[in-house]
Design a protein around this ligand. Sequence first.
Ligand SMILES: [Fe+2]
Length: 196
Amino acid sequence: MIQPFIEQKFSLGALEGISEKTVTEHLGLYAGYVKNYNAINAEMQKHMSEENPHTLAELQRRLSFEFGGMRLHEYYFAHLEGGAKEPSEDGEFLKRVNAQFTSPEGLKKLMKNIALMRGPGWAILYYDPKSGQFLTGFSGEQHVGHFVTLPIILAIDVWEHAYILDQGAQGKGKYVDAFFQNLNWQTCEENLNKVI
Ligand SMILES: [Fe+2]
């Protein structure tokens, strides 16, 4: 029996540079991913024993797309909850970021450059427990280009819907700056602490 995913609720409050309208519409898009994931997953169950594999193959492809949209937005909105907060001064996150990127500012600059890559997608910071280091990445759309098995520490949505209402079509850079102004770094710290 399949278990449908449940839409998570987020309480973001007022954000710098990201309007309430953008947040409301964006949360609606997230809800759509959860709904579509569940609908496609349910539909797939009807085709498991079908002789024509093409229907199942297309549903399978779409399932991965919807899952990516659902899960990455859950990281993203969690980063914007609780107000802007610095990482703990004596925590493993800050220690490891300083060792690899010199400072959170160094990491921020790198992530901004990745976020400014052209095309819709996500700038993502992963952590590789096997080698004990962070990896940076860009997932085209939301289901392509991930480092397999690696847990996500920070996920920045850089689809146009995240900023076009507030910053215009050429406002991705301003939006990424706003994202970091609002970022609760402690959510990154929590994500790291779960995997070290
Ligand atoms: Fe989004």
